[in-house]
Design a protein around this ligand. Structure first.
Ligand code: KG4
Ligand code: ZN
Length: 338
């Protein structure tokens, strides 16, 4: 008999996502973003994000069902992000998920946001090999993980950022460079016309010391800001700065990810999160993985950034592993450790 259709709900930051997954297959998904409402503040405003989720959640679930050609009654389980993330934003998704699970009389599963990012890749490339190394790089996270079985084993952290996430560094430096928010895609575009060799930015923590897979991007952010301030108005070579910044980030990320694979005897690297969309990160990861005999997996761009399909993917794994559902009084965990 087929497993139940799992509805996944994501609302940890500024994206409201709903996705439907059964037996590892994506049936349909929909996303609404409050990004436009945050642009003039230069970053996500928690209160605005929470309110936008209230507005968007039900229509997004409706749209996900429509794209899949399904009805509410077809849902056999509900999975929802419980953390980490913005607490008000998480509350909205959880309240919605609980209501649906209660009304439909189906089990509810709480999902860790990072497990969702990892599982996104399975919707395109099938089950993950056990073990694999995952590099998760987004606006909120920069971590190297050792993943065995998402439904059964806890994910092991090999290293995390000690300060800024890579995406946060891109977003903040982009602002200093006069590029629009969100900075990551803007830096990627600007870099096409620049030369990465034009500026020598630091490669933080690449000496493999005590904590070889830890990251630090705040020094790079400061170095890039200082370099920008050293130019007169209108004379900043933005394209060169963008190319050099992107090169420094891609170099550090891929060097450590490949080293982690080698150290753990792992032959598959999965790169997920918004910064996995970066053209230089993708190209350098491909080049270095090929040279090291490592298989590289990167989810399609639309599943790299926050979405509901990835939460449904984890829910589907939990259902099929026979995991215990969450009680209806389960709480959010905004600073959930992994
Ligand atoms: O995964 P995501 O959508 O949300 C979080 O969980 O944070 O990642 C968003 C981050 C932002 O910092 C954004 O600037 C960055 O991903 N990003 C990129 C690109 N597209 C998005 N960074 C570099 N190059 C890109 N093409
Ligand atoms: Zn995320």
């Amino acid at each position: 008999t087929a497993s139940p259709i799992v509805l996944g709900i994501e609302s940890s930051c500024d994206e409201t996502g709903a996705g439907l997954v059964r037996d590892g297959r994506l049936l349909g998904h929909a996303i609404a973003s409050s990004m436009d409402e945050h642009v003039r503040y230069g970053g996500v405003v928690p209160e605005i994000a929470a309110r936008a989720h209230v507005h968007a959640l039900t229509p997004v679930v409706r749209r996900a069902l429509d794209t899949a050609g399904l009805r509410l009654g077809d849902i056999g389980a509900v999975a929802v992000t419980t953390g980490p993330g913005l607490s008000g934003a998480l509350q909205v998704g959880l309240a919605g998920a609980k209501s649906l699970a209660y009304a439909l009389d189906v089990p509810l599963y709480g999902v860790h946001h990072l497990a969702g990012h990892v599982a996104a890749d399975t919707l395109e490339h099938g089950p993950l090999p056990d073990p694999c190394v995952v590099l998760i790089v987004s606006g909120g996270h920069t971590s190297l993980l050792l993943v065995r079985d998402l439904a059964r084993d806890p994910i092991a952290h090999l290293g995390d950022t000690l300060d800024d996430a890579a995406g946060e560094c891109l977003d903040k430096v982009a602002r200093v460079f006069g590029l629009p928010y969100p900075g990551g895609p803007a830096v990627d575009r600007a870099a096409r016309d620049g030369s990465a060799r034009a500026v020598a930015f630091p490669r933080p923590l690449t000496g493999l010391g005590d904590d070889p897979y830890a990251f630090s991007f705040s020094g790079l952010k400061t170095a890039a800001a200082r370099w920008a301030e050293g130019h007169a108005d209108g004379e900043l070579p933005v394209a060169d700065g963008a190319a050099a910044l992107q090169e420094a980030i891609a170099d550090v990320l891929t060097r450590k990810a490949v080293a982690a694979c080698a150290a753990h005897g792992v032959d598959t690297l999965v790169v997920v999160g918004g910064v996995a969309a970066n053209s230089r990160v993708r190209a350098l990861a491909e080049e270095r993985c090929r040279a090291a005999g490592i298989t590289l997996r990167v989810p399609p761009l639309g599943l790299c950034t926050d979405n509901g399909a990835m939460i449904a993917a984890v829910g589907d794994l939990l259902v099929r592993a026979g995991a215990e559902p969450a009680p209806l009084d389960v709480s959010i965990d905004p600073s959930a450790p992994l």
